[in-house]
Design a binder for this molecule. Structure first.
Ligand code: PMP
Length: 433
């Protein structure tokens, strides 16, 4: 829900007059970022912030990275920003080869899009066509995008803007563990309960011939809700009994962000049939895509194309981003800095009843705020912590079913000094609230 405040800047007034009312904005006085470098961004008033949301995880590496700017600039210097994906694009082919190999999916093929929404829409089209079924299962509290099909498979009520879905959807327990009927169970008990729920949904809410099950390995918009390792592996055994495809939405969890693995799904000991990706791959450039088993990818009968998907500029930036992530072991850094961050946050939790849960992996950490003395969600407190951290020079995210979860997802180049700085600000801000 957008904040409303009487102290509206002229740009904010213009934004509201001409952009849709449902475009969410952070902060009582939303900021305009005009410059950025490393992990820091500067607003129009010259205030600099440490960015712990990385533009909703788009800036995997951070800002103003010479290797990426140079790769993009050298493409711009050819004069070809883009002509058409009807012609061969060398960088697109090369990037597809790399992603196909990194995916671990046998005989993989890749289709590039401009966003995560388009990637998931493509995955839905492939799965429904391949299986000749329009039934899709997803996790409760999910977020998969904002177009016609993806809104339909988005369970999180705050974001499922339209209910007129073209797909028949069943929702399964498993994403959001802190609340709900299976809260409090140990890992094995939780996995068993959710797997049984999957069987139950299949039995009671579908005709059996479901096309696919789609999941975020860690629910992003849903408050970095983290299921136990192996849960999606247990699900896959059930899905395989029915020939149902497993789609892993790696839009937030991909490219090493979770620290221990390159893809979020890897924590579940299973290879999906289809993966979708976007956000961090372009380090700020618009690129997304689907990687899938070749027979699934090739199941469409008619021609299709994305005019801009995989264009030379975006794929040049993505290649440079991928090089940087791999050459600098940013996955290792995400694990290392994430562990320190997590330990510091657990310490803050031990001092403040406001913090009900700290969860996540690597540089994807959620802090669920509750009313002290119980565990009722406290979204107002989350809004106040966001203002307090901003005032102290730190940008963080918000999310969760109730809007009461603080989300930390800094660029994966994060340093130990920046972790210390952020923990100091978070401690002070939570204490202030
Ligand atoms: N899937 C997930 C898991 C996401 O978090 C998002 C974006 N928040 C999307 C899909 C949609 O991506 P985009 O906004 O690029 O369309």
């Amino acid at each position: 829900v957008p904040h409303r405040h009487p102290l509206e800047s002229p740009l904010l007034e213009r934004h509201r007059a001409v952009l849709p009312s449902w475009m969410a904005l952070y902060y009582d006085e939303p900021i305009e970022i005009v410059r950025a470098s490393g992990r820091r961004v500067t607003d129009g008033d010259g205030r600099t912030y440490l960015d712990f949301f990385a533009g909703i995880l788009t800036n995997a590496i951070g800002y103003d990275v010479a290797e990426i700017s140079d790769a993009v600039r050298s493409q711009l210097d050819t004069g070809v920003l883009h002509t058409s994906t009807l012609y061969l694009i060398r960088k697109q082919v090369e990037l597809a080869e790399r992603i196909a190999e990194l995916s671990g999916i046998p005989d993989a093929k890749v289709f590039f899009t401009n966003s995560g929404t388009e990637a998931n829409e493509t995955a839905l089209m492939l799965a429904t066509q391949y299986r000749r079924s329009n039934q899709i299962l997803t996790l409760r509290n999910s977020y998969h995008g904002r177009a016609f099909g993806t809104v339909g498979i988005t369970g999180n009520r705050g974001w499922s803007a339209s209910s007129l879905s073209p797909v028949k959807v069943g929702y399964v327990h498993g994403g959001y563990r802190y609340r709900g009927p299976f809260a409090g169970l140990d890992d094995a008990g939780y996995i068993d309960a959710c797997t049984e729920d999957l069987r139950d949904v299949l039995r009671t809410s579908t005709s059996g011939d479901v096309a696919a099950f789609i999941a975020e390995p860690i629910q992003g918009v849903g408050g970095f809700s983290t299921p136990p390792d192996g849960m999606l592996g247990a699900f896959k055994e059930v899905l395989d009994e029915h020939g149902i495809l497993l789609i892993s939405d790696e839009v937030q969890t991909g490219w090493g962000r979770t620290g221990e693995h390159f893809w979020g799904i890897d924590a579940h000991g299973v290879t999906p049939d289809v993966m979708t990706f976007a956000k961090g791959l372009g380090n700020g450039l618009a690129i997304g895509g689907v990687v899938a088993r070749g027979d699934i990818m090739d199941c469409l009968g008619a021609n299709s194309i994305s005019t801009f998907g995989g264009n030379p500029v975006a794929t040049a930036g993505a290649q440079a981003t991928l090089d940087y992530v791999l050459d600098h072991d940013l996955q290792g850094n995400a694990a290392k800095q994430g562990a320190t961050l997590m330990a510091g946050l657990r310490d803050i939790q031990s001092r403040h009843d406001l913090v009900g849960d700290v969860r996540g992996k690597g540089l994807m950490i959620g802090i669920e705020l509750v009313r002290p003395g119980g565990d009722e969600p406290d979204p107002a407190a989350a809004g106040r912590v966001l203002e307090e951290t901003k005032a102290r020079g730190l940008l963080i995210g918000k999310g969760g079913l109730y809007g009461n979860v603080l989300r930390l997802a800094p660029p994966m180049t994060l340093t130990s000094e920046e972790v210390t700085e952020a923990l100091g600000i978070l401690g002070e801000s939570i204490a202030a609230v």
